[in-house]
Design a protein around this ligand. Structure first.
Ligand code: FE2
Ligand code: FE2
Length: 170
């Protein structure tokens, strides 16, 4: 085993080979590198525009964390529960990494409503992921700093996978 580290969320992983996706933030395995190659970007200077992008993304992530928690609690079976639970944990990790880059505390998570019906929650999840993908791709294209482009493009990639997953299940 050796220590590996995710270039996006900074979480560490012990294993022989990099996993297919980061177990914490869900980004593609290509972002998981030998721990020695990791670069800490927290506390970097950010343009006003990037700060604004991160604040908007944090709102989406916080709302999605709360929604997926509700959907997992209401799930009718273990497959649906697992799907919502891990998606929510990915979103919580995104929220944390965004807050770290902005140098602020993570916001308090306010509860969100969901339905006592898996299909309706799947449809809503699909719409939430679609909104996140579109927004993050725009942020990745417009951000000035290479690091902020990298973060939004990596997160857009996993939100796209969430979107496809909910498309299959809804
Ligand atoms: Fe990660
Ligand atoms: Fe996310």
């Amino acid at each position: 085993m050796r220590p590996l580290r995710c270039l996006i969320c900074g979480e560490t992983y012990l294993g022989r080979i990099a996993p297919d996706r980061c177990p914490f933030c869900g980004v593609a395995g290509r972002y998981i590198v030998d721990a020695g190659e990791y670069v800490d970007h927290n506390g970097m200077q950010l343009s006003e525009q990037s700060q604004q992008f991160i604040r908007q993304a944090m709102e989406i992530e916080a709302s999605n964390v709360a929604f997926y928690k509700c959907a997992a609690d209401c799930a009718s079976n273990e497959v649906v529960k697992a799907l919502f639970k891990r998606t929510g944990k990915h979103e919580a990790e995104h929220l944390e990494l965004l807050a770290d880059h902005l140098g602020v505390d993570e916001p308090e998570i306010k509860p969100e409503e969901c339905k006592n019906d898996d299909a309706t929650n799947m449809q809503q999840s699909h719409d939430r992921e679609d909104r996140a993908v579109k927004m993050y791709m725009r942020f990745a294209a417009e951000a000035e700093e290479p690091r902020i482009k990298e973060i939004f493009s990596a997160i857009a990639g996993i939100e796209q996978e969430h979107y496809k997953m909910f498309n299959t299940f809804r």
